[in-house]
Write a protein that binds this ligand. Structure first.
Ligand SMILES: CC(C)(COP(=O)(O)OP(=O)(O)OC[C@H]1O[C@@H](n2cnc3c(N)ncnc32)[C@H](O)[C@@H]1OP(=O)(O)O)[C@@H](O)C(=O)NCCC(=O)NCCS
Length: 250
């Protein structure tokens, strides 16, 4: 309330304040050596912002940025422009919390068959908890890459692949999904291939996933990416497994 102005004090410039908060957050993200940081007072007026006094305590750190953060920051190093088989330029990036509306739109565009192949059940609509689960991820435990078509006014989600690390920290489960009218253009291979590269670079030993027997596309994609394929004689489902550092085997 004070910042909004009172008596003869004009309101503070909240845009400037927001910018400073983001910059300070970036500073402590970039430098694990910052042990303590105290800015007091920070004077915000309508046109200006000024740190009248500040104190920063530094300490050598063996941990490199961003691994010192308790909650991982957005991993923008995985952003990339890629070209689909039909020549379309697509942007690949990690999923964000703000992607909920375009994730829902992707889900609502799917055929019942694609939904069944991905979720193993005929889901009609996404529950709120599922939307949160799929879009608000812990970047330490999970990699979820989305393929995005950018137009002037909006972004459209074309597909998503994810690799979720299990409690043991060594194994992870994958899932992948591509918009029906864009299947077969290399998007699934691009997204899942990149997720596997990330899993490998993070030292995971094994990535696996279950695939329904009628899912010839996913079985072909799995083989192409180097997964070993094994059929469960009881359920008839296939388990796709890839081992890093060893020859792929089922
Ligand atoms: C399975 C799925 C993710 C594959 O993604 P995609 O973008 O369609 O696949 P790609 O275009 O990258 O194709 C990769 C490989 O799959 C195979 N493939 C693709 N389309 C195929 C088709 N119609 N029939 C048989 N194999 C096919 C090919 O081997 C292809 O490689 P190639 O073109 O170099 O020969 C996608 O079809 C999908 O979303 N299906 C519904 C959801 C699902 O089944 N998810 C997987 C469950 S975890």
């Amino acid at each position: 309330r004070i910042l909004k102005g009172f008596r003869n004090f004009l309101p503070a410039n909240l845009d400037l304040l927001e910018e400073i908060l983001i910059r300070v957050s970036q500073l402590v993200t970039d430098f694990p050596e910052i042990e303590e940081l105290d800015i007091n007072p920070l004077i915000v007026t309508q046109n200006n912002i000024c740190a009248a006094d500040a104190r920063i305590l530094l300490k050598p750190s063996e941990i490199v940025s961003p691994h010192h953060l308790i909650i991982s920051s957005y991993p923008n190093q995985y952003e990339a422009d890629v070209i689909a088989k039909d020549g379309e330029k697509i942007f690949v990036r990690p999923i964000r919390t703000e992607d909920a509306p375009i994730f829902i739109e992707l889900f609502e565009s799917l055929s019942p068959r694609s939904i069944y192949l991905r979720f193993f059940s005929p889901i009609k609509s996404l529950r709120h908890s599922m939307i949160v689960r799929f879009t608000q991820i812990d970047y330490d435990r999970e990699t979820a890459l989305v393929a995005i078509r950018k137009t002037d006014s909006k972004e459209e989600m074309l597909g998503v692949a994810r690799v979720i690390v299990e409690r043991n920290g060594k194994e992870a489960e994958f899932a992948v999904l591509v918009r029906d009218n864009l299947q077969g253009k290399g998007i699934g291979a691009e997204l899942l291939g990149r997720c596997l590269e990330i899993a490998k670079s993070r030292g995971l030993e094994k990535v696996w996933g279950l695939v329904l027997p009628e899912n010839t596309q996913m079985l072909a994609l799995g083989r192409k990416l180097g997964f070993g394929v094994k059929r469960d004689p009881e359920s008839g489902d296939y388990q796709l497994t890839i081992h890093f550092g060893k020859a792929a085997s089922g």
